[in-house]
Design a protein around this ligand. Structure first.
Ligand code: MN
Length: 737
């Protein structure tokens, strides 16, 4: 070894080298061990004369990372070589080509991945996010890149004491933000816990010290209690001839801290600081049966809490986690969590997917994990949101617990907790997702934003007329659904805007105005719109009709609009015109005896449609609001603010659309919902905005929001629905859903 290294350093290096070899012995060939030696020599050369902040020779860092990779993650020789070389290209004159030439393409690819992401957290936030995204992209190439990166991070966290405090806090926060959840998602529970505890130690040192001291102080009492708790179980298991060990597991400091915050309780109020884990020494076949046998023995002594039963043996988590958890009432009225699992399950839970490799060979990954990787890759490839948005989505998916739901045919689907029907339909197929109209959960119609629960069976009702709605983005939680909805909305918007520009050009030509940049700007100001795409989009939706454009021309010469505008301006506000696509206000009404075209909004309290008897009410801040004359608020407004009431008259046109809410009652028969939606969306070609029907004991009541042209159109639809067998009544409901 290099002569620049002192006797003492040399001893430390040799010691670590030997333990790496010891850990790898029974799973590596002599050729692999020789490669490891070559890697060590190269790393020694590359990092010679370099010391870490702690004063140690730098080489000890890659060696420790290699140790973590073998002992704590359970990877093999290829990963050890890569770990030893992980900082070589970054920190020395060796280049990737050298690695390729000396160690082959596979290792070079892993080092390339590690080098690319090594700068991940050194820049400002958005660059961080972008880099993290790049890092995740390497998931598709070789998961070992991420695993070695985690080992690298873990060792850096373990040896952070000699760093300046501000750096400690920064690195610890990043670890908490991304690496710990990532370790969690990869099933590396021990590493995740250690990363979290170390992060807390540097981000909130006092809190960390306080909790760990209290844990120590309470330890003796806790352990005595747990002994008392487990002794009858221990005896009964021995009687049955079951081979087992019982471990007492303390909750991590970080998770105690989290619980104190989330439930706003004090340290003393947390009752489940410890859990009992019963690990069964049993052959693979029959391990499930014996776990349940033990569960039955435990609950013979202590009463289980039915809400806190977790069966991850019948349905393992997507990380591969298998275990049976129950919380039972122990002596003196304390809840105690009991975890039951086989030795194999325990090892997998501690080492995550690495132990899958141990059981299945170095390169083979468990299919459930493969599924998860695929989902991440899919999200990455189709994702066109900004890097920061992406990280938020991704972190959500990392953190969230999972639920298990079923298709009508009984196929199992895994979704993050909080997922709704729309997430489910996109999970089945993008085409289904894009055409989702309604959903039945366990046989009952539910709203599309219904949050799914484990065990739900979901049937999606689709319509070829249906398109994704902007509001869907408020409900969905999976990045797959979010991405597909966004790109569909954007696509549609773009098309409508293109069409809109043509229309607007034509209409302005007719008014002898040429559409140029200056006119565009004037129009944007007049309509209070954000950008030209919004303008053309609204034009495409036929929201800018001739009346409105005429008043635009008038405004340039003052006129009544100018008068109203100035009046509002003086009060520090302005009437809002069609300002975003969510509350489209078609310029379909004219006001006053002179039938002026003024900005207005249809009041949501009675949702007037073309043909209704209406009036305008001049509000202080929001321009003119239009109410139906039979609106419950009408009398009060007209009597109290007579001077603000303005006559409103409909101008006929059949391109503008209104929403109306129908309440339908009748007798529930098989397929009724489908018959109604079929009639409305297919036979009558009317768009359904939302549908919500509840059947109960043969009677059903539901509401459907339809998009109609006018009162006559709506009446026709009502008449047609009434003809369906089983329908008792169809009425227009005053308030929109
Ligand atoms: Mn490193």
């Amino acid at each position: 070894m290099s002569k620049t290294i002192s006797e003492k350093d040399n001893k430390a290096i040799c010691e670590r080298y030997r333990s790496i070899l010891r850990s790898l012995r029974d799973r590596s060939t002599s050729q692999e061990l020789a490669t490891i030696r070559r890697a060590l020599d190269l790393a020694l050369d590359a990092h010679s004369n370099v010391r870490r902040k702690s004063g140690e020779p730098y080489i000890l860092h890659p060696m420790e990372v290699a140790m973590i990779v073998v002992d704590e993650i359970g990877l093999g020789a290829t990963s050890v070589v890569s770990a030893l070389l992980h900082d070589v290209v970054e920190d020395s004159d060796y280049r990737l080509e050298d690695i390729d030439r000396l160690f082959g393409e596979k290792i070079a690819r892993i080092i390339d991945g590690l080098t690319k992401i090594s700068g991940v957290f050194d820049q400002h936030t958005s660059a961080q996010a972008e880099n993290f995204r790049k890092m995740l992209l390497t998931l598709g190439d070789d998961v070992r890149v991420i695993l070695i990166k985690l080992a690298d991070r873990l060792h850096n966290m373990r040896t952070m004491d000699s760093m300046p405090a501000h750096k400690q806090v920064k690195i610890a926060s990043e670890t908490l933000y991304l690496y710990a959840p990532l370790a969690h998602r990869l099933g590396l529970y021990n590493i995740k816990t250690e990363l979290e505890d170390l992060s807390l130690k540097y981000t909130e040192p006092e809190v960390y010290r306080d909790i760990s001291m209290r844990m120590k102080a309470a330890q003796a009492d806790e352990l005595r209690y747990l002994k008392k708790f487990s002794s009858p179980i221990d005896a009964a298991l021995k009687d049955e001839g079951i081979k087992f060990t019982i471990k007492e597991r303390a909750k991590s400091i970080y998770s105690i801290r989290k619980k104190m915050i989330n439930q706003s309780v004090s340290f003393d109020e947390i009752y489940d600081k410890y859990a009992i884990r019963i690990i069964l020494d049993t052959p693979l076949e029959g391990e499930k049966a014996i776990c349940w046998r033990v569960f039955s023995i435990v609950t013979d002594f202590y009463h289980p809490n039915p809400d806190r039963m977790r069966d991850w043996i019948s349905t393992p988590k997507s990380t591969g986690y298998e275990s049976l958890h129950t919380t039972v009432m122990g002596p003196d009225g304390n809840w105690v969590e009991v975890q039951i699992r086989s030795k194999r399950m325990d090892e997998q839970a501690e080492k995550g997917l690495a132990s899958h490799w141990k059981y299945k060979g170095d390169d083979e990954v468990d299919s459930r994990f493969e599924q998860w990787i695929n989902r991440v890759r899919e999200a990455l490839e189709s994702n066109n949101s900004t890097a920061l948005e992406f990280i938020d989505d991704f972190r959500f998916n990392l953190f969230s617990d999972e639920i298990f739901v079923f298709t009508p045919k009984g196929e199992l689907k895994t979704l993050p907790k909080g997922a709704c029907c729309i997430d489910f339909s996109f999970e089945i197929h993008t085409d289904i997702g894009l055409r989702t109209l309604g959903a039945k959960v366990n046989g009952k119609m539910v709203q599309l934003n219904y949050k799914l629960k484990s065990g739900d069976q979901i049937e999606i009702i689709t319509s070829s007329n249906q398109k994704p709605k902007e509001e869907w983005l408020n409900y969905v939680v999976t990045s797959k659904a979010r991405t597909k909805i966004k790109s569909s909305l954007n696509e549609e918007r773009k098309q409508i805007a293109e069409y809109g520009k043509e229309i607007l050009t034509r209409k302005l030509n007719f008014l002898k105005i040429k559409l140029n940049d200056q006119v565009e700007t004037q129009l944007l100001n007049f309509l209070k719109l954000r950008d030209s795409q919004e303008l053309y989009y609204q034009a495409g939706l036929q929201l800018l009709d001739n009346q409105l454009l005429k008043s635009f021309v008038k405004e340039r010469n003052g006129g009544f609009v100018g008068y109203i505008r100035n009046r509002f301006k003086k009060q520090g506000a302005s009437p809002q015109i069609i300002s975003n696509s969510q509350d489209k206000t078609p310029s379909k009404l004219v006001f006053g005896t002179e039938e002026q075209d003024l900005p207005y909004k249809l009041s949501p309290c009675c949702s007037p449609i073309d043909g209704d008897d209406v009036f305008g009410y001049i509000t202080i801040n929001e321009g003119i609001k239009v109410h139906r004359k039979d609106c419950p608020n009408a009398i009060a407004l007209q009597s109290r603010y007579g001077n603000r009431i303005i006559k409103a008259t409909w101008i006929s046109s059949d391109v503008v659309e209104f929403t109306a809410n129908l309440v339908i009652k009748g007798i529930d028969t098989v397929g009724l919902v489908n018959r109604i939606t079929q009639l409305i969306s297919h036979d009558l070609d009317v768009n359904i905005r939302s549908i919500n029907i509840n059947g109960d004991a043969g009677i059903f009541e539901g509401s459907i929001v339809v998009v109609v042209r006018n009162r006559v159109h709506l009446q026709n639809i009502i008449n047609e629905i009434k003809k369906i067998e089983g329908i008792k009544s169809v009425e227009r409901y005053l308030k929109n859903a």
